[in-house]
Design a protein around this ligand. Structure first.
Ligand SMILES: Cc1cc2nc3c(=O)[nH]c(=O)nc-3n(C[C@H](O)[C@H](O)[C@H](O)COP(=O)(O)OP(=O)(O)OC[C@H]3O[C@@H](n4cnc5c(N)ncnc54)[C@H](O)[C@@H]3O)c2cc1C
Length: 489
């Protein structure tokens, strides 16, 4: 009998598990994968350390990952890498020339960069002033005003600030990259909260030893605090007795706990793991109707020389960002000339992640989350075309190109349980109706079950949202356990 079983060692699950173990609760952490990190796991093979797809973190400086490092006994200054040259934006201007704009993971060290960026992208003085108003507004907006933007779409909110075309393309590209949803469906409230963190802390964080290094340390921390971590263990069913979740079934037997926290995704948990009749029918209907984020699809390139010297590259034009209409166009096969391209090179952050003189770069673009969508093949072809055209040395020095699709994302993380779902990049989509006050609740409508990870309990970009959720859900579960103990006493 455990206090808490956590299903899933993604960044949401490991954070929650480590915090509850740190508090002295008896925690069992289960994951179907052989290693922690979920979608952000780090693979180590043939002298390389890499994620399955491009992953870097934001905010970079002052992030929740630094808090997690402290909890699990690591020095954030040692494990969290914040390069002064974290990467570069490559903006393809309407005349076809490219503006290369470097960015830092320590924006506080170079405050003038915020003014240089609009100029480098070709914004007019008036448009630059609009951008400065946007930045100032994001920092000064009180919480009640932010909450009121839950139903306002981020694209209209940005356009109304009059920042002009290049800066609009920049902002919309960021929204696509951070949330992987249509810019006209993203709530401005989620955008403002996240931008505030990015404007203060920058982007382009990575972790020494691989992005999942902190997830691995968190799983170890569970064990060092008297808990258990069982990799390679798939939960097949939730155990429900007398209207309460009391544990889980696995292929090797039943495991019981006072509380179960699922990091496996709300849809897979409710529609796949829970026995029929566990939840009220209207809740099941609502869960079925929830929308996933889009996927991110592309290729890993193993090279016998170093071709790229920037840890992270974001390449975009005025046609790269997608709203609902542009996504539909690409889904039907009509792709823009320059789809958004996101590249990371782990060894540019940490040289120990590749054999000397070799390199692995990971490149991707947006795609349908449907593991069976033909858009997956099209996205890989687009990524390959752009990578080879812009870095011709890749073709000459290619050792291996390995595609990754929405199907791979589903296998590494959540089951596909609703048509068109499974390969989502983030988790549930951060769209109007699924964010802020209308975000699905952490507490399931059956006692003993909670959700953590990107689907509930946090805000922000990808892994950061997962860790934010892990902290918040641990607090909620801890309070529930204390309340149950007090009642029992
Ligand atoms: C291609 C791609 C690129 C991305 N790039 C970035 C990026 O640059 N920056 C960023 O911050 N984020 C990025 N993300 C998003 C980020 O990785 C995710 O949003 C985040 O890692 C999700 O964390 P999570 O805790 O919600 O769940 P997940 O990482 O999805 O973890 C869920 C865990 O639950 C386990 N599980 C599921 N079902 C079961 C079961 N039945 N039994 C046992 N275990 C189970 C899974 O194995 C998995 O380990 C990217 C994602 C993808 C796919």
């Amino acid at each position: 009998m455990y206090d808490v079983i956590v299903i899933g060692a993604g960044y949401g699950g490991v954070t929650c598990a480590a915090l509850l173990a740190e508090e002295g609760h008896r925690v069992l952490l289960l994951d179907k994968n052989e290693q922690p990190g979920g979608k952000a796991m780090t693979v180590r093979a043939a002298g390389f350390g890499y994620e399955l797809w491009p992953i870097a973190g934001g905010p970079a400086d002052g992030s929740k990952f630094a808090d997690l490092a402290r909890v699990v006994g690591l020095d954030p200054d040692d494990v969290i890498l914040l390069p002064a040259e974290a990467g570069e934006f490559r903006y393809i201007r309407p005349d076809g020339t490219t503006a290369v704009v470097p960015f830092s993971a320590r924006p506080a060290a170079d405050p003038a960069a915020a003014v240089r960026l609009p100029q480098d992208l070709g914004a007019t003085e008036e448009e630059t002033a609009g951008m400065m108003r946007l930045v100032a507004g994001v920092f000064s907006m009180p919480e009640d005003e932010i909450a009121a933007l839950d139903t306002q779409d981020a694209a209209t909110w940005v356009r109304d600030l009059g920042i002009g075309r290049p800066l609009e393309s920049y902002m919309f590209m960021l929204f696509n990259l951070l949330f992987v949803v249509a810019v006209d469906r993203l709530p401005a409230s989620e955008a403002v909260r996240t931008l505030r963190d990015f404007f203060a802390g920058g982007g382009g964080r990575y972790h020494r030893g691989g992005f999942a290094r902190l997830a691995e340390a968190a799983a170890d921390h569970v064990v060092s605090r008297g808990g258990e971590y069982r990799p390679g263990t798939t939960v097949t069913t939730l155990l429900v007795e007398d209207g309460r979740v009391v544990g889980v079934s696995t292929p090797t037997g039943e495991l019981r706990a006072r509380v179960v926290v699922s990091n496996a995704g709300i849809q897979p948990t409710v529609l796949h793991l829970a026995p029929d009749g566990t939840f009220p029918p209207d809740y099941v209907d609502r869960v079925r109707s929830l929308e996933p984020s889009w996927a991110f699809v592309g290729q890993r390139y193993t090279l016998d020389t170093c071709v790229i010297d920037a840890p992270m590259i974001l390449r975009f034009s005025d046609d790269s960002w997608w709203d609902t209409e542009r996504f539909a166009r690409a889904e039907s096969g009509d792709w823009p000339e320059d789809p958004l391209l996101f590249i990371t090179t782990p060894a540019c952050y940490d040289p120990d992640l590749a054999p000397a003189g070799q390199q692995m770069l990971l490149a991707g673009t947006m795609c349908s989350p449907d593991p069976d969508s033909p858009m997956n093949e099209a996205a890989i072809a687009q990524v390959d075309r752009l990578v080879r055209a812009n870095w011709p040395d890749v073709t000459q020095h290619l050792v291996k190109a390995e595609p990754f699709t929405a199907r791979h994302a589903s296998v590494a993380s959540r089951a596909a349980v609703v048509p068109g779902q499974g390969g989502e990049c983030i988790g549930l989509a951060q769209v109007i109706g699924q964010c802020g006050a209308t975000k699905p609740a952490v507490t399931a409508p059956v006692p003993g079950l909670y959700f953590c990870g990107c689907d509930a309990g946090g805000y922000g970009c990808g892994t950061h949202q997962a860790v934010d959720s892990g902290f918040n859900v641990a607090r909620i579960v801890s309070t529930a356990l204390a309340g149950a103990e007090a009642t029992h006493a």
